[in-house]
Design a binder for this molecule. Sequence first.
Ligand SMILES: [Zn+2]
Length: 101
Amino acid sequence: MVGVCNQCGLPQDLCVCETIAREQQKITVLVEKRKFGKKYTIIIGINKEANIDDILRMLKTKLACGGTAKNDQLELQGDHKARAKSILLELGFPDETIEVQ
Ligand SMILES: [Zn+2]
């Protein structure tokens, strides 16, 4: 027995709701320069269904930096634009949804 998706009513193996949700999100990675010349990498737009605390922990570990999550926005200390994107890809976010500014 295959379960049925409670969003679209299709059997789970035909359902693409999760794929659509991932493709519709738009993640922006940018670097902000603040006072004293400190740089922060900001990641905006991670889906609320995603476990943002796990994603933050993974980024902090892999980048060896400090960071915080505020609502759906992640702030990492330092300029990690390029590596942050490759980590998001490793976590399964599709390439076309990640925009690096
Ligand atoms: Zn569905």
